[in-house]
Ligand binder design. Sequence first.
Ligand SMILES: *[C@@H]1O[C@H](CO)[C@@H](O)[C@H](O)[C@H]1NC(C)=O
Ligand SMILES: *[C@@H]1O[C@H](CO)[C@@H](O)[C@H](O)[C@H]1NC(C)=O
Length: 279
Amino acid sequence: MQVLMHPIGGCLFMWTLIIQLVLQGSGVYADDATKNCKLTFESESERKVLQRIEPLSHKNFTAETKIGEDKYSYVFQLCGDAGGVPGAGVIQVEGQKTEKKVTVIGMYNATEVIGGSDYVWLVYGNGEKYDTHCSQEQRKAILMIFCNRNLNVGQLEVVQENREREQNCFYQFKIESSAVCPALEYKLSTGSILLIIAFCLLTVYLIGGFLYQRLIMGAKGMEQFPNYAFWTEVGNLSADGCDFVCRSRDREEPPTYTGVSTEPLDEDPDERDDHLLPM
Ligand SMILES: *[C@@H]1O[C@H](CO)[C@@H](O)[C@H](O)[C@H]1NC(C)=O
Ligand SMILES: *[C@@H]1O[C@H](CO)[C@@H](O)[C@H](O)[C@H]1NC(C)=O
């Protein structure tokens, strides 16, 4: 049976491809990390968008900025406690190791997501209130995740802190990741998958059967085809079936066209165009 390894190996590749596609399609790979996010407006479509950025979960992303002499660092986590602060999706850490001031920018129990073909925007609301700015509203973080095929998951970058507004201020961040890239689809329809499976099974059947008949049963010629007798029988039966169904007149009766003779023409076909040839 060693010889069977080759066709099976070829098929194995196709099978892995098929299983991968099926699993991707049904989202079996998604683990439960994004479920910890509570959507402000729960909907299935937003859940789907959230699942696209699943590869970013279970990771503290950090970034630093300097405003004058003041150093700020930020920590982001997808649907998990950023920097270990319970409920926080994004935190800001001000100052040095000795005197740290932690401010929660956004919480993941107030999540909104917006998805496009090659980006996902994640919004965390419910942050700590501003002291004086922005009508003392709650802070909010906007994370823009852009497609970059060369990066599995990139670095967190601070884009801006916009608090020069009366309302709707926000902290804006950016991450690049291949997770939000549109799939390079060699998209297979269900039909073509079935066709590949059928072809695969047929190959294994034919080659395996052929080798079995030849090497083990010692068959020769047409007999080497697996289940030769069965298939000839099937062929005969379907021919009979077709004969029965498709034929419009009885096979035994001669055709009875009126006006046209069924006899062959008397003229000898060889002599008919002899006069065209120069003698
Ligand atoms: C994130 O950082 C906090 C504080 O440093 C730590 O307790 C936690 O385990 C980290 N989480 C992950 C997933 O790395
Ligand atoms: C999120 O959690 C915080 C603190 O636990 C709570 O005050 C707030 O009401 C929660 N928000 C939502 C939308 O559940």
